[in-house]
Design a protein around this ligand. Structure first.
Ligand SMILES: Cc1cc2nc3c(=O)[nH]c(=O)nc-3n(C[C@H](O)[C@H](O)[C@H](O)COP(=O)(O)O)c2cc1C
Length: 197
């Protein structure tokens, strides 16, 4: 029976041919096939200026940061496919998270939207390590910076240019199973966190 747990899937790249968008979209397919409500949000649909304190003082956070935070708040679990740029996370993902961290409703505790849901991470890279170092950086930002609960389970897809088949599935059965396991665990953790057992 379908349940009410909602998962949000993001990728830290807005590029049309993004490998990480493919990974995030595959996560949506897997979640949906498991009876979960899953949403893919393309950060390219939420453009934001580069964070600037003067801009924030003048105009507040951009509408798209407010919208993305609202979208996140109706999902109990969030999967982020985070590309690795120079062993870190992409400026797009960092900028998006930085602006979102500045959106606070009246009376709301700081970073509430990050602290009240559960996250899981994945990465896809043309390189041999699959973006693993970028995942460590993403974990630091989410856990230490934003106070988020991030599952220890994660997936890194090396040589990702050749990793997906024409249906968008991972050709390697073990990788496909690993992604499924991460998505299922994210859903389970989100259910527990939100009192659905
Ligand atoms: C500025 C820059 C730095 C990069 N640094 C790394 C890196 O440290 N490790 C890695 O595996 N790939 C690195 N890459 C390659 C990206 O993993 C590759 O471009 C990937 O396709 C980006 O994700 P996307 O396909 O979702 O856009 C880098 C790419 C760029 C543009």
């Amino acid at each position: 029976m379908p349940h009410t747990t909602k998962l949000l899937f993001l990728a830290g790249s807005a590029r049309e041919g993004s490998l990480n968008k493919r990974l995030a979209r595959l996560g949506v397919d897997i979640a949906t096939a498991n009876g979960l409500h899953a949403t893919f949000a393309d950060l390219g649909d939420y453009p934001m200026p580069l964070y600037d304190g003067d801009l924030e003082t003048k105009s507040g956070a951009p509408d798209n940061a407010v919208k993305l935070k609202a979208l996140m708040s109706i999902h109990a679990g969030v999967f982020i496919a985070a590309p690795e740029y120079n062993a870190g996370i992409t400026p797009l993902l960092k900028n998006t998270l930085d602006w979102m961290s500045r959106v606070k409703a009246e009376g709301e505790a700081p970073l509430h939207v990050f602290k009240s849901r559960v996250f899981a991470l994945g990465a896809a890279s043309p390189g041999g390590f699959g973006g693993l170092r970028g995942l460590m950086a993403a974990r630091t930002v989410l856990e230490l910076g934003l106070g988020a609960l991030v599952l220890p389970d994660q997936i890194a897809i090396p040589r990702a240019m050749d990793a997906f088949d024409e249906r968008g599935h991972l050709k390697d059965a073990a990788q496909q199973a690993s992604l499924k396991a991460v998505v299922e665990k994210l859903a389970r953790a989100a259910r527990v966190l939100h009192g659905e057992g």
